[in-house]
Design a protein around this ligand. Structure first.
Ligand SMILES: *Cc1c(COP(=O)(O)O)cnc(C)c1O
Length: 384
């Protein structure tokens, strides 16, 4: 299917091609100096003390859960209205995800009050997700965590280039994790980045990324080390030099692309004012968003499948963020009390539709999408 206006589109150019060709010409492909430079640039952009590049965000979230010592019997509070990896990473350690509701129809982030209500004497951590790159209420969440002695992990997969107050998202909690999957605001194909401000967590994350080994292939190649010890049960969750080169170029475009995204979101908001039946979440949201996706809510009881079919018939791709995790088959027995705890999540999950949003989208495209929505909302004309 070729769309008139797709859901998202990557911004790739000759800069990315030549960056990857440079790596190939240097003939060092596994994690090395290009990755170190990528990490340094990401740490500098975010202001975090440490940045650690990984093979993808799911691996990064798994490392975060292990590093914070999660184990069977522990509970971790997490939203259900997110990608399944946000909760899978908790289960990898044997700990149990406990789903908490989102704030409201206009704030799709986890609710601090709902977090507080879900805390038990088994709770060890809170894993928050900055939906669409809009900041969770981190001051309130950190205060709760401090009061109860909990760790905070930020799934910042949507949030590259997003801020709250003077702190980049992903640098508020103990560990933050970004995704560079191909539909994210910056991409390496597959890839991710962890942030932490704590020396000990960084040390542990570095070990987990590469088999728990005390020296890297690069160190030995440079003659800095002859052998190594294995001091932890680690993994191979490394990125490679081609991806780091791609990521470095993508990072240099992030600010410009995110401001273009924010402009398009403002335009959506003003165009969609003509359609008061449509709710646009996150009006006047605090902080600077990365505007990763453009969610809208259809009127209550609207036929969403029919709506999306009519958008498709006009060449416009839409999506859903997200089918809530607690309803998946693989989650049936994970948190049996979840459904009763998630009224706002259920309401939003039934009505949410995601509209096209990407830096190369034109202002005319936004107007065309708005017109298509107006059309798709019209009652079906009866056929004779
Ligand atoms: C994309 C995404 C992930 C997973 O990222 P990968 O890099 O594909 O592993 C996790 N959480 C959220 C919210 C995401 O959108």
């Amino acid at each position: 299917m070729s769309w008139r206006i797709p859901l998202s589109e990557i911004d790739l150019g000759p800069e990315e091609q030549s960056a990857i060709q440079d790596v190939l010409a240097r003939e060092w492909l596994t994690m090395g100096e290009v990755t170190q430079k990528f990490e340094a640039a990401f740490a500098q952009m975010t202001g975090a003390k440490y940045a650690l590049a990984v093979t993808n965000a799911t691996a990064g979230l798994h490392m975060a859960c292990m590093t914070l010592g999660l184990k069977p019997g522990d509970e971790v509070i997490v939203p259900s209205l997110t990608f399944v990896a946000s909760a899978n990473c908790i289960r990898y350690t044997g700990a149990q995800p406990i789903f908490a509701d989102i704030t409201s129809e206009t704030n799709l982030n986890i609710s601090p009050e709902a977090i507080e209500r879900a805390i038990t004497d088994r709770t060890r951590a809170i894993l928050v997700v900055h939906y669409g790159g809009y900041a969770c209420d981190m001051p309130a969440i950190l205060a709760i965590a401090q009061r109860h002695g909990l760790h905070v992990i930020e799934d910042a997969a949507h949030a590259a280039g997003a801020w709250l107050e003077d702190r980049h998202l992903g640098s508020w909690g103990h560990i933050g994790c970004f995704s560079f999957f191909s539909n994210k605001n910056m991409t390496t194909g597959e890839g991710g980045m962890l942030l932490t401000n704590e020396d000990e967590l960084f040390h542990k994350l570095s070990l987990l990324r590469s088999h728990g080994m005390t020296s890297l292939t690069l160190d030995r190649h440079k003659g800095h080390a002859w052998s190594y010890d294995v001091v932890d049960l680690g993994y191979n969750y490394r990125i490679d030099e081609m991806r780091s080169a791609l990521g470095t170029v993508q990072l240099s475009k992030l600010e410009r692309n995110n401001s273009r995204r924010r402009h398009l979101v403002d335009l959506y908001r003003s165009c969609l004012e003509e359609l008061p039946q449509i709710t646009i979440p996150f009006p006047n949201h605090p902080g600077i968003t990365s505007a990763h996706i453009q969610p809208i809510l259809l009127p209550p009881h609207a036929d969403r499948v029919a709506f999306m079919e009519r958008m498709k018939a006009q060449g416009i791709q839409t999506s859903i963020h997200y089918p809530p995790i607690h309803r998946f088959t693989a989650y049936r027995d994970v948190d049996p009390g979840a459904a009763a705890r998630l009224p706002v999540t259920s309401e939003v999950a039934a009505r949410e539709v995601t509209l096209p949003l990407y830096p190369r989208m034109t202002d005319d495209d936004v107007m065309a999408v708005t017109e298509a929505i107006a059309d798709a909302l019209l009652p079906e004309t009866p056929t004779a």
